[in-house]
Ligand binder design. Structure first.
Ligand code: HEM
Length: 360
């Protein structure tokens, strides 16, 4: 029986002209420490991305990018389509989790000095990915055409507009006119489902290509021991598949019991609506709020730009081969100051937007 099924799968692979490809994959090996739990975040990110693409593809079957109709189509998926709320919930919870896991993946690479030579470009490709991901959220937020998405977009566009020289141009390119209407919605939709995924898939391919060529960083503890290898197929691929199933089931259950939110339909004439910022932009919102008037650009462009530049330049600023965190006091102090400042700004933002209102 077994010989028969093996023979069948062999000839199927030949028929599909995939035999050499699978054989080449089978010949690939990765260090055994690729399966350690501290590398869990990289695999989880990959799984979340696949889930986002799959759930997004299903949602796009029902979505209609026209103001008004957009809201009805999302409402239909949430409340009338069997399992629609689960698919939409998986999409919603997966991007929230993706942001958290991306932060943890970055912290791990930072703490273990995985950004150092020869992996500088692995780090830089990761930072670029991290800068692209929020664009998915910004473009996706407008798509349901509800009050929160519409007015959050107005806030974001007005912040982008404060960026000198390019700000206005960006806003006009994004909106396709002076107002957020049908052209803007079409552009946000096409960016969300076509351009940004294309860029992201390319960047992930670059990230993986660089990891394959530069190798995973060696474990810090037992450098003297020989590094054992395991086959990429099936060991690594199996780990990813199990993780994919687990995450799908867990997010599916969460979405079933706590369906994703949908506010009231967007009303562009109701300028009394004040959108509350999402958790991941609380610190940026607060930064923009601190610098008022002509200084707004410091919070909207200068500080975020400097932070992004610092992250990209990190492997070139910290060039010593030392990877032990206890012996890298300088970078740890600077990183701690940045992280604590971000946390303080986020807490301030949370209190301002979600705290008890003061009695008049
Ligand atoms: C969705 C985005 C991302 C995916 C799918 C992804 C995936 C992965 C995977 C599977 C690995 C190998 C296993 C591991 O060490 O975890 C890895 C390694 C790495 N990633 Fe990412 N990553 C992403 C974003 C990032 C970001 C934002 C950064 C940092 C700015 C980053 C920096 C690195 C570094 C430096 C390594 C090498 C780790 C080592 O050799 O020990 N990645 N990534």
């Amino acid at each position: 029986m077994r010989i028969n099924s093996e023979y069948r799968s062999q000839s199927l692979l030949e028929l599909l002209a995939l035999k050499t490809f699978v054989e080449r994959l089978r010949a690939c090996s990765v260090p055994q420490d690729a399966l350690t739990w501290s590398r869990f975040f990289g695999a989880l990110l990959l799984v979340l991305l696949v889930l986002l693409f799959l759930s997004g593809a299903f949602l796009s079957l029902y979505y209609s990018p026209v103001p008004g109709a957009a809201y009805d189509s999302v409402d239909f998926v949430l409340f009338n389509l069997p399992f629609g709320a689960v698919v939409k919930g998986i999409h919603h919870y997966a991007w929230n989790l993706l942001l958290v896991v991306m932060g943890l993946h970055l912290m791990r690479a930072f703490i273990l000095g995985a950004y150092k030579a020869p992996r500088q470009l692995v780090w830089i490709s990761g930072v670029v990915i991290m800068l692209i991901v929020p664009l998915f959220i910004i473009t996706g937020d407008l798509l349901p055409w509800d009050q929160k998405g519409y007015w959050s977009t107005q806030v974001r566009l007005s912040i982008i507009g404060t960026v000198p020289v390019l700000g206005d141009l960006f806003v006009r390119l994004l909106q396709g006119g002076p107002l957020t209407g049908i052209v803007a919605l079409t552009r946000f939709y096409v960016l969300h489902i076509l351009f940004l995924p294309g860029v992201l898939i390319f960047l992930i391919a670059v990230h993986f290509h660089l990891i394959a060529h530069r190798g995973l960083s060696e474990p810090l503890s037992d450098g003297s021991l020989p590094r054992l290898k395991i086959p990429f197929l099936p060991d690594m691929v199996n780990r990813w598949l199990v993780l994919f199933l687990l995450v799908t089931i867990i997010l599916g259950f969460i979405s079933w019991y706590w369906p994703p939110p949908l506010g009231d339909p967007a009303d562009p004439t109701d300028s009394t609506y004040v959108p509350k910022p999402e958790w991941w932009v609380l610190f940026l919102n607060q930064l923009v709020a601190i610098f008022k008037g002509s200084l707004t650009v410091i919070g909207s462009a200068v500080v975020p730009g400097l932070l992004a530049g610092l992250l990209i330049a990190l492997p070139f600023l910290d060039r010593s081969p030392e990877r032990n965190i206890r012996k890298r006091k300088m970078v740890v102090v600077i990183a701690s100051i940045i992280i604590v400042s971000m946390l303080v700004l986020s807490v301030m933002g949370y209190i301002e937007h979600f705290g008890e209102p003061h009695p008049e």
